[in-house]
Structure formats: C-alpha cells, structure tokens
Design a protein around this ligand. Structure first.
Ligand code: AMP
Length: 437
C-alpha cells in the first residue's frame, strides 16, 4: 500500500462489534430466544430491503423516520427501495404475503436484526442498529397486551437489569382519535407561536407528534395540552382499563404517561416504552404498542396486532455492567492450550487437540516448536483455563501434565481420561442456563 493510499473507514453511524463484545450480544440473544420460546414465539427473518411504499404507508408519511431518516434509493430499474428502518411493517407484510392467517389462531413471531435510520449518531444512537422484536397478530384481546409486557419484564429480570421503568398509554383508535386531534389542534392554536419550528410544522401536519417533542423550552407548554386519555372512546377506554388491571394483577408496576404517542403512525390503543436508568440521554430501551389497523394500511385483511422492539445496542450497553460477574456472560474461555516440545511430540499433540475439539472443547495449539516458558506465556495470554504439556518425558511415561492456569496447580493425567478430567474441572465455569422463573 503506498503512503498516499487513504485508509477506508466504516460508514458514519455504523459500528464493528468486536469479539470482546460479541459474547454479550450472543448472551442477550440467547436469553431473548429462551424467553420468547417460553411464550411460544417463533422466529421470522424478513429481508433488509423492502419497497419504500411499505414504510411510507405504515410508519407514516409525516413521521421523522420517513421524512428524514430512511436510506432510500432508486434501484437500477428505478424501483424505490429502502433499507428497513424498523421491522413491524415487514413482519406484517410477510404475514399477509404468505397468508399466515390461514394457519388459524394467532401468530406469535419474533425477529432479531439490523435496522437503518439516518439519525445524528451519539452513544446509544446509531445509523445501523439492532432490534429484537416480537409481534402477536390476529387478536385485539387486552390480555395479550398484558402478556407481552409480562414477557418483557421477565426478559429484563433475567438480564438482571435494574432501574427500569414501564411507561404506558393509549393512543385511541380511528374512531375516537379524530375528536382528540380536534381538541388538540384547538389547544395548539393558542400556543403555536411559542413552540419550536418543528412543532409549528407538526401542528399542521401531525399534531400528535408535538407530544413527542424533546425540546426543553417546549415542555411546559406541552405539559398543559389536553390528554388523550380524557378523550378515549368507550371501547378504547375499556381496553386500556383491562390492560392496566391485568398488569396490576400480575404485579407489574407502570406509570401512565399520556404524552407517550411514539414516533410511528400505525399505533392504536396501547402504547408502551421501557426506559433504563443505566443509559444516558438515549434512555428508551424498547418501545411497542398495538397496531390494529396496520395490516389494512398496507393492503391486507383486517388483522389486529401488537408488538415491541428492543434496541439491542442499548440493551447491551445497559447489561454490560450487570453482566461482568455473570458466568454465562464471560467470553467463552479457551479450555486448553496444548504445549508440545520436539518433533516427536507434535503428532500426539495434534491428535490430542483433534480429539478434544471433537468433544466440543475449545482448544488451541501452537504451530511451531516453542520453548516451554514461551508456550506458558501464550496459554496465559489467550486465557486458556488449562495448559496440557506433552514433552519427551510425558511421551515415555504415557501421562500428560495438566496445569490449571488459574490456581497454578499441576497434575499428571492419562490421555484416555483427559476429556473427562477437563470437562469436570470446567463444569463449574461453564454457562448453565438459568431455569425460567
Ligand atoms: P422504535 O422502532 O423507534 O419504536 O424504537 C424501538 C427501540 O429501538 C428504541 O427504544 C431504541 O432502544 C431502539 N432504537 C431506535 N432507534 C435507534 C437508533 N438510531 N440507534 C440505536 N437504537 C435505536
């Protein structure tokens, strides 16, 4: 490479997740799959690329996501494509496209994967970020809302996340919301001039979004705006009361937050968010809600649904501390480093490495003859739990030296019993999944 050749860096707002952190991601994902599985959710994998219209119609033409944040481009045949900014619309599209409703009953689906939004990058906010999400399609029963939230609480407790808060609201439905919007517009008339430029625009295009505004100076004004909860129709009111009652029955604490309208247009009735005290400014760990009209918005049959999406990047940030001491969250250790000395020992050493690896143990072996001291240095650097030493003496005695790199204790072990020996010693350090409480 010549001196002038400039190094090509990763794209702004995207990140490489390095091996020193991917074990946390794997831990979080394994825990998510375990809990989702326990509630009978099945995985769905949809494409990252979708037709732009899918998001424009469902997320909403006037939302920040659609107006400012989507990675949209014309394909070579001029079809407008978008890197998915979220996955609910895709999951509902797939549900309709493959007539999953024909399977009868409700569908419980989950996904894990990258999303793309062109936001201003900062800690906890990226242009490529990851979500773990789930959707329940085919019923509008309030028990489902409570059960989905119960599942989330179980998941967060299994991650030993403390200091989280569940915020809850109802955004009504197309029957009762127009009346609230009328009242809201009316109230906004009087204060519009004092709001930020974005909100002034929103009062015209999408007044509900004003409630979302994060601008400090706007807050006292927004606090005084009428609450959507005072304008729910009888059906939405009853639904909301049932959800809150069921949460209380389940011992789940929540804070009713009438301003929580969420940034996507497809929501109806229940909306919720969980924040984490472990995060800074970007403290929303996950968000979700009901979207009973979404399937129709994208041309499918009427299908009520509810779902949520967890920001995995933020989740990993939040669990990083709690995870330190947790056995299952440590990077998977190298079980053994095989030290061989002299040509005659190479063949049995290779044989041993192969055998242990076949048994599923993580094993490393040097490729060149190395002095004992240096080999032990390597064993220690790569974090091997044991060093298995095979020298001329060991060949003759037919027993290998096994050094415990943590305690420094050394023992002679016969090759035939080596796997069992290592396994039993490693058992205490290995990740044993916790039972679901
Ligand atoms: P939303 O799809 O907007 O409802 O967001 C759901 C969750 O995804 C949020 O609560 C965040 O945890 C996470 N999230 C949304 N946007 C980003 C982003 N740009 N970077 C990282 N996480 C994000």
């Amino acid at each position: 490479m010549s001196k002038e050749t400039q190094f090509i860096r990763s794209v702004k707002g995207t990140r490489d997740l390095l091996p020193s952190e991917t074990h946390l991601w794997q831990g979080v994902e394994a825990e998510a799959r375990a809990v989702l599985g326990a509630y009978n959710f099945r995985e769905i994998r949809t494409p990252i690329l979708e037709q732009t219209a899918l998001f424009a119609r469902s997320v909403g033409e006037e939302t920040d996501i659609v107006t400012k944040e989507m990675y949209t481009f014309a394909d070579r045949d001029n079809e407008s494509l978008t890197l998915r900014p979220e996955a609910t619309a895709s999951v509902v599209r797939a549900y309709i496209e493959h007539s999953l409703y024909n399977e009868g009953g409700i569908q419980k689906l989950y996904y894990i994967g990258p999303m793309f939004r062109r936001e201003r990058p900062q800690k906890g906010r990226y242009r490529q970020f990851y979500q773990i999400g789930a959707e329940v399609l085919g019923s509008d029963h309030p028990t489902i809302d409570a059960e989905v939230i119960e599942m989330l609480m179980l998941f967060l407790s299994r991650l030993e996340l403390q200091n989280t808060a569940l915020l809850l609201n109802s955004v009504g439905c197309p029957i009762c919301r127009p009346e609230y919007l009328r009242v809201l517009r009316h109230a906004l008339e009087g204060v519009k001039g004092n709001l930020c430029a974005d909100c002034q625009r929103r009062t015209e295009t999408n007044p509900l979004r004003v409630l979302d505004c994060k601008v400090e100076a706007d807050q006292p004004i927004i606090e005084k705006l009428p609450s959507i909860l005072d304008h729910l129709g009888p059906e939405c009111r009853q639904h909301f009361d049932r959800v809150t009652a069921e949460l209380s029955e389940r011992g789940i604490e929540y804070t009713i937050t009438p301003r929580l309208v969420r940034g996507l247009d497809y929501y109806t009735k229940t909306t919720f968010e969980i924040t984490s005290g472990a995060l800074g400014a970007q403290n929303a760990l996950l968000g979700g809600g009901r979207y009973d009209g979404l399937a129709e918005m994208i041309g499918g049959p009427p299908t009520p649904g509810i779902g949520f999406s967890i920001g995995e990047d933020r989740l990993v940030l939040a669990v990083a501390d709690a995870a330190q001491g947790k056995a299952g969250w440590s990077a998977s250790p190298v079980a053994a480093y095989i030290v061989w000395m002299g040509d005659r020992t190479l063949a049995p050493a290779r044989q041993l490495a192969r055998e242990l690896r076949r048994q599923g143990l993580s094993v490393e072996i040097g490729y060149e003859p190395t002095k004992l001291k240096k080999s032990m240095g390597i064993a220690s650097r790569i974090g091997a739990r044991f060093a298995v030493i095979i020298g001329e003496g060991e060949l003759q005695s037919g027993r290998y030296q096994v050094k415990d790199m943590t305690s420094g204790e050394q023992q002679e072990v016969e090759p035939a019993g080596l796997t069992d020996y290592l396994r039993s010693r490693l058992a205490s350090a290995r990740h044993v999944p916790m039972p679901l409480k």
